[in-house]
Write a protein that binds this ligand. Structure first.
Ligand SMILES: Cc1cc2nc3c(=O)[nH]c(=O)nc-3n(C[C@H](O)[C@H](O)[C@H](O)COP(=O)(O)OP(=O)(O)OC[C@H]3O[C@@H](n4cnc5c(N)ncnc54)[C@H](O)[C@@H]3O)c2cc1C
Ligand SMILES: NC(=O)c1ccc[n+]([C@@H]2O[C@H](COP(=O)([O-])OP(=O)(O)OC[C@H]3O[C@@H](n4cnc5c(N)ncnc54)[C@H](OP(=O)(O)O)[C@@H]3O)[C@@H](O)[C@H]2O)c1
Length: 482
């Protein structure tokens, strides 16, 4: 396989939302022919982890009006939902789809369709290929070009590579190891196991955040009438999104707090004022959101670490909120006395006949407690941010050869503000970029759709400008190794 003479080859490693959004925007902005190769082991592009679920009760965490893939046409998704309502099964209210929380698998279909539409419209000479395989190694060849090796044995030379590798799963909890492979231990997206769990009486859910809400919504949809026992180490229970009103002027952009302590004091003061005015605290994360990037960029490494250590869990549970229709399932179960949540750490779990014997240590207590349940759902979330703990071959390889380095905060990898990756030697690569989750340490919030959409647009523009400006682009060979 060879690229036609002079056509630059861009390798996007990861074909989830970020890879798809970047490809769409590149095809729209680059004036010269391109060959984009998207490396993605999944059969469908644009879905990634989040939008591959087949559970229709698992909803987006914001309304359709928020999540158009096109920055220049923000009502695009809502209009698409209105057009496709008849075959996605979504009931469209008379006022339109902008306020509907759609299932995540429907959103995955939307992203895939938009990517295909962009490919169909691409200019002459432009090509997009899906290599359905994992990149396992990325090397700089003797001539300085990037060479990727795939798990199926193929190789590819690229002019530019982008790490759009997304979220990596957390390691299994050792306390749950005795139940490995047992159907009584489920993940929120394992439909076949949830089918079996829905006929039981008592389910322990480990994790009190959005994956817990997904679990309850999926089980309630199946007709589960038993009890939920939810634990998380700190006991913060996620809430539903509420229309909180206009943001409040919480920070002065010209005099941002320099320390975590200062920021916290301002937030506590503002919260007091908001509550004294009978307003909803949910206006706080909304008001803080535009300042996250400047606050993070302006903070010292010590302050970033302080924030990550002491306030991350509180920030996550405050900033990330659940879809109201899913949360209503929790409220209903609560009203029926079927839902309880508390702060506890899981110590061990093992089968005891038809039951599962769980030992937990409630927060602040020395004594452990035994709980007997029928099954456990591990809803601790997907996200391992620390690249030194991720087992994926590419991540291990990139770190071991020093082409990337772990971000000082332990979240993702180091990069310049435009996503250009910084290697172990401190040099910024001009042909290797990252988008989304790997940039968590660089930007702090770097995983929601709106952030990814903005990053995709900025990176596409950055790459297109460079490609449009370059007069001569060397031919790169694509080698296929049997
Ligand atoms: C369950 C869940 C629900 C979510 N819901 C929402 C939501 O409602 N709203 C919101 O704003 N955000 C949500 N998010 C956040 C979500 O992370 C982003 O919305 C977005 O999907 C991230 O896209 P991504 O492409 O960066 O990562 P991913 O979706 O993780 O995609 C990365 C892709 O890269 C591929 N890949 C990884 N390594 C390699 C390799 N070496 N070679 C080839 N391919 C590779 C993977 O197979 C994967 O498909 C959710 C996240 C999760 C986990
Ligand atoms: N569309 C959606 O609504 C949706 C759905 C799912 C996920 N997501 C996204 O996916 C990402 C992950 O969300 P998530 O809910 O899966 O995970 P999360 O936000 O990381 O939350 C993990 C939960 O598990 C708890 N936990 C972690 N380790 C634990 C342990 N050892 N024992 C007990 N509890 C433990 C955490 O609380 P403690 O730390 O206090 O223990 C927290 O309650 C987020 O970015 C989120 O936005 C979105």
């Amino acid at each position: 396989m060879r690229t036609p003479n002079g056509i630059p080859l861009i390798l996007i490693i990861g074909g989830g939302y970020a890879g798809a959004a970047l490809t769409i925007r590149l095809l729209e902005t680059c004036r010269q022919p391109l060959h984009v190769v998207i490396a993605e082991p999944r059969a469908e592009l644009g879905r990634g982890e989040a939008y591959s679920t087949s559970e229709t009760a698992q909803l987006m965490n914001g309304p359709a009006g928020n999540f158009s893939i096109h920055l220049q046409n923000l009502s695009h998704l809502a209009e698409w939902v209105e057009r496709t309502g008849h075959d996605t099964g979504i009931q469209i209210p008379p006022e339109g789809a902008a306020n509907i929380f759609i299932p995540r698998n429907v959103f995955g279909r939307y992203v895939g369709e938009e990517l295909q539409r962009a490919i169909d419209r691409a200019g002459a000479g432009t090509r997009v290929s899906h290599w359905q395989s994992d990149v396992v190694r990325l090397r700089r060849d003797n001539d300085g070009t990037l060479k990727a090796e795939f798990s199926d044995g193929r190789h590819l030379r690229a002019d530019i590579a982008v790490l759009a590798t997304g979220v990596f799963p957390l390691a299994e909890d050792p306390a749950l190891a005795p139940l490995a492979g047992d159907w009584r231990l489920a993940k929120p997206w394992q439909s076949d196991r949830l089918d079996r769990l829905s006929r039981l009486q008592d389910i322990l859910i480990v994790g009190a955040s959005l994956s817990m809400v997904d679990t309850v919504a999926s089980l309630e949809t199946r007709g589960y009438r038993g009890r939920y026992h939810v634990i998380s180490r700190r006991g913060h229970l996620i809430q539903a999104v509420r229309p909180a009103g206009e943001p409040v002027p919480i920070l002065d952009p010209d005099a941002l707090p320099q320390t975590t302590r200062e920021l916290l004091a301002t937030v506590i003061r503002t919260r007091r004022t908001i509550l004294s005015e009978d307003r909803d605290w949910q206006v706080l994360p909304l008001s803080l959101r535009p300042f996250i990037l400047p606050l993070w960029l302006g903070a010292s490494t010590a302050e970033r670490l302080r924030f990550a250590r002491h306030l991350r869990a509180l920030w996550d549970v405050t900033a990330h909120r659940a879809a109201p229709p899913s949360y209503a399932r929790i409220e209903a179960a609560k009203a029926e006395g079927r839902f309880s949540a508390g702060a506890a750490r899981l110590v061990s779990a093992e089968r005891a006949g038809d039951l599962v014997r769980v030992i937990v240590r409630p927060r602040g207590e020395r004594q452990t407690r035994e709980v007997l349940v029928n099954a456990i759902v591990d809803a601790r979330g997907h996200q391992e941010h620390d690249w030194s703990r991720i087992k994926a071959p590419l991540v291990k390889d990139l770190l071991s050869i020093g082409i990337v380095r772990r971000h000082q905060t332990g979240f993702g990898i180091d990069a310049a503000a435009d996503g250009a990756v910084i290697g172990m030697d401190g040099a910024t690569h001009r042909d290797l970029f990252a988008i989304g989750h790997p940039l968590r340490g660089v930007a702090w919030e770097s995983s929601s759709l709106t952030e990814l959409r903005a990053q995709a647009a900025a990176l596409a523009e950055r790459l297109s400008n460079a490609l449009n400006a370059s007069k001569v682009i060397q031919l790169r060979e694509i080698e296929t190794v049997a």
